[in-house]
Design a binder for this molecule. Structure first.
Ligand code: PAZ
Length: 362
């Protein structure tokens, strides 16, 4: 890798088969799969629809003993927020997210935007000796037998917290949320393949909602340096290979019975619709949601194949099916922000309606 990064598009394209034949399975995969299989079996028994929500960015390690890695932009807001609205719509949710990215419910109290310590209060005046020195470290309580002050939630925060907490507890009691984590793009690909194959047992009741930001390039294990890459020898050149396009095997092999929604992130809004159409033509899934980086919280476009595929549908150059598509924009007032109004509520409502219509199609 050079200091001024020059992308190199000549690198190898791995097929999904080659990828899984050459890259190692994550050590936790079988345990993760065991738990998620139990969860899916329970939802099948209960007749629920299940959505797999992916969320957060994947990393690409540059060393086996990893010190440096490339990351993909995503805080996990889209995925965590959407997961809550799917739960509200009666879906069971498998939430597959980047470790430490936002999660449903707790995302409302993120340490960077709404830290929970800031809305707690201690209801007794601390003794004058309670300087930072006297209360630190936390476990060193100077008077463990004395009456402890009560911790309370600020009045202004109570209603919102109660509402989040009630929903969270209800979801826990119903057992409708299952959470799994990934860090690297390799963890992500292995988990996705295993979960999708298992979810295929749900038939049409399975929805896939790919909000995670997944790296397009990776460094195969065989090319990684074992130890930390050393500096001091001038610029660094790393040739990365292309990550396989997993929507292809998703649609044809892993989850042919499911309703698949992918996301397309662009920084040039003019590319959203053409790129979304291109993805639908290539992979043949149900919906691509286009969002541009700077307006993603207020405006998205849902692109899907037109309901009646015209007889003019034909195989175009590169084997892409050429046919007609329809777009619907969802916008919310940009002056409203979470938690007043969240675009994910509208997106999820629309997808649930489309999923139901798709299940009941003749
Ligand atoms: O997680 P977040 O809310 O910060 O960002 C969400 C997003 C922009 C990563 C997501 O909406 C998205 O577009 N995911 C797919 C990215 C891609 O094209 O790979």
């Amino acid at each position: 890798m050079q200091n001024s990064f020059e992308p190199n598009f000549d690198s190898t394209t791995f097929s999904a088969e080659t990828y899984f034949a050459t890259q190692p399975e994550p050590p936790s995969l079988q345990d993760d799969l065991h738990d998620v299989s139990d969860f899916i079996d329970r939802q099948i028994e209960q007749g629920r629809k299940v959505v797999l929500v992916t969320s957060g960015g994947t990393t690409v390690p540059l060393e086996l003993n990893v010190v440096r890695f490339l990351d993909n932009f995503s805080a996990g807001t889209r995925g965590a927020t959407s997961a809550e609205y799917f739960l509200k719509q009666g879906y069971a949710v498998i939430f597959m997210h980047r470790q430490f990215s936002l999660q449903p419910f707790s995302r409302n109290y993120s340490h960077s935007t709404h830290p929970f310590l800031d809305f707690l209060e201690i209801d007794a005046v601390l003794p004058s000796s309670s300087t930072i020195d006297s209360v630190y470290p936390y476990s060193n309580d100077p008077s463990p037998s004395a009456a402890q002050p009560q911790i309370t939630v600020k009045m202004s925060e109570r209603a919102a917290l109660l509402s989040v907490l009630r929903t969270y507890k209800a979801v826990q009691a119903e057992g409708t949320l299952h959470t799994l984590t990934f860090v690297t793009v390799n963890d992500y690909l292995y988990l996705l393949r295993a979960i999708s194959k298992k979810m295929n047992n749900l038939g049409g009741k399975a929805m896939y909602y790919f909000a995670a930001a997944v790296s397009d390039f990776f460094l195969p294990r065989q090319k990684m340096s074992e130890h930390k890459i050393q500096s001091g020898k001038g610029s660094l050149h790393i040739e990365m290979d292309q990550v396989p396009k997993i929507l292809k095997p998703m649609v044809s092999d892993w989850a042919p019975g499911g309703f698949i929604v992918s996301f397309k992130l662009e920084t040039d809004q003019a590319l959203l619709i053409p790129k979304a159409r291109q993805a639908l033509g290539r992979y043949g899934h149900q919906v691509v949601i286009g969002n541009d980086l700077h307006h993603r919280k207020h405006r998205v476009v849902l692109v899907s194949p037109a309901k009646a595929v015209p007889s003019s549908a034909k195989l175009g150059p590169d084997g892409i099916v050429t046919r007609e598509y329809e777009e619907s924009w969802i916008e919310i007032d940009p002056s409203l922000s979470a938690p007043q109004k969240e675009i994910e509520e509208e997106v999820v409502k629309e997808l649930v309606a489309r999923h139901d219509a798709w299940i009941n199609r003749t």
